[in-house]
Design a protein around this ligand. Structure first.
Ligand code: DXP
Ligand SMILES: NCC(=O)COP(=O)(O)O
Length: 264
């Protein structure tokens, strides 16, 4: 093993344990590509953004290859996978086309998400319980290709149990309802949603102590701390708000600021 490979292997091993109380930070760079696609030109580059995030301390990079290719393109997936020094988390729908791409790219993680063509962003969690047979087989095909699999689900006991039944390596709890309640200024609903997420983490760990529990969607510097403080959360995936911060302070500073907000 070369020195660089050894350093990376040690870092991945340490991340995999993540014994610190604060979750790791995965940065989603989809919306760098959204800006590029708005003009149909070659800039700004989600790859360059991903590399800057890594340098600034991101623990991983998330990209979502949507079926309609509205932001991230196939070429981005291959190039980002080739150049990352942390871990890629490839979000995708559980389709035959995406399975083929994932098995070629071999990201460290695949996160299976539900997708609707008309949605502005991911609206709900994956209905794991309702498509158990398909997903169980799908997860095992990814794992056979040496890819770890996470399922993006709502913080509900039935979905958690179904994800465990699928032998998923991780779940990612959808924090969208929590974030929306905050944007609406509805403190009571924020508290209810926060409790739902806390109780989902406890349930997940009770059912399967080895299952990694991630969270994400709609997290910002203003709302992230309460989620980052929940014991047992392994990683947070944050995109839209962090890329929005980067417009004003730069990519590296946006990562530093998000990490600071998580640790407060
Ligand atoms: C699955 C999820 O919550 C998001 O990360 C997802 O990638 C959102 O899709 P957009 O990036 O297209 O908003
Ligand atoms: N899975 C959540 C994610 O990657 C980022 O979501 P958002 O911060 O862009 O809403």
């Amino acid at each position: 093993m070369t020195d660089t490979a050894q350093i990376l292997a040690t870092k991945l091993e340490k991340d995999a344990q993540n014994t610190s109380k604060t979750p790791l930070l995965g940065v989603n760079v989809d919306h760098v590509a959204t800006l590029r696609q708005a003009r149909g030109v070659s800039y700004p580059s989600p790859l360059a953004a991903a590399l800057l995030c890594e340098k600034a301390g991101a623990d991983g990079i998330t990209i979502h290859l949507r079926e309609d290719r509205r932001h991230i393109q196939d070429a981005d997936v291959y190039e980002i996978a080739r150049q990352l020094t942390t871990r890629m988390n490839l979000e995708m729908a559980a389709t035959t086309e995406m399975l083929e791409i994932a098995c070629q790219v071999k990201p460290y993680w695949v996160c299976l998400v539900p997708e609707k063509r008309a949605e502005l962003t991911t609206e709900g969690g994956l209905e794991v319980a309702a498509q158990l047979t398909w997903l169980k087989e799908y997860v095992s095909k990814l794992q056979a290709a040496d890819i770890k699999v996470s399922l993006f689900i709502d913080p509900e006991d039935t979905q958690i149990a179904a994800a465990v039944n699928c032998d998923a390596d991780a779940i990612e709890l959808h924090t969208g309802s929590y974030a929306e309640a905050g944007l609406a200024g509805d403190t009571d609903r924020v508290n209810v949603e926060l409790e739902r997420i806390k109780s989902a983490v406890i349930t997940a760990k009770k059912i399967d102590s080895k299952l990694l529990v991630n969270a994400g969607h709609g997290l910002t510097r203003d709302n992230v701390n309460a989620i980052a403080q929940i014991e047992g959360i392994y990683e947070l995936n944050i995109g839209h708000a962090l890329i929005a911060d980067a417009l004003f302070v730069g990519m590296d500073q946006a990562v530093v600021m998000m990490k600071a907000a998580m640790h407060q």
